[in-house]
Design a protein around this ligand. Structure first.
Ligand SMILES: [Zn+2]
Length: 121
């Protein structure tokens, strides 16, 4: 893709407050790419290796993506409370699924919880 187009897409995206649903289809496609099909997504989920680390390090994931749609783009909220408290979240850019969270805790990934259908709450 031409560099001029890349800048145009990113500009639209940031102008709309990083909300993927308010940009054009072309820009959306450019940023989040093609949607993964269910079969490939299940296969990819099955290959994720979770390695536990000593506290307070978060776990290490062999792969990081949205367990609902396979998208790799995410939106990070930043810390939503004031220091020294910590509450931050990361959402899938495409479908809005909660991908990870730190609530005065090490970072927790939705991918760590297949037994809860990848739901953190
Ligand atoms: Zn998603």
């Amino acid at each position: 893709m031409k560099e001029k187009n890349v800048k145009k897409h990113l500009k639209h995206y940031f102008l709309h407050g990083q909300d993927i649903h308010s940009v054009s289809r072309k820009t959306k496609k450019f940023i989040v790419g093609k949607k993964m099909n269910k079969r490939n997504l299940r296969a990819r989920l099955a290959t994720v290796v979770i390695t536990k680390n000593p506290y307070p390090e978060p776990v290490t994931l062999s792969d990081e993506f949205c367990p609902k749609c396979g998208c790799e783009a995410s939106r990070y909220t930043g810390n939503m409370v004031s220091y020294p408290e910590l509450w931050a979240r990361s959402y899938c850019l495409r479908c809005g699924f909660l991908l990870g969270e730190a609530d005065n805790s090490p970072w927790v990934y939705a991918l760590e919880f297949p037994e809860y259908d990848y739901k953190l709450h």
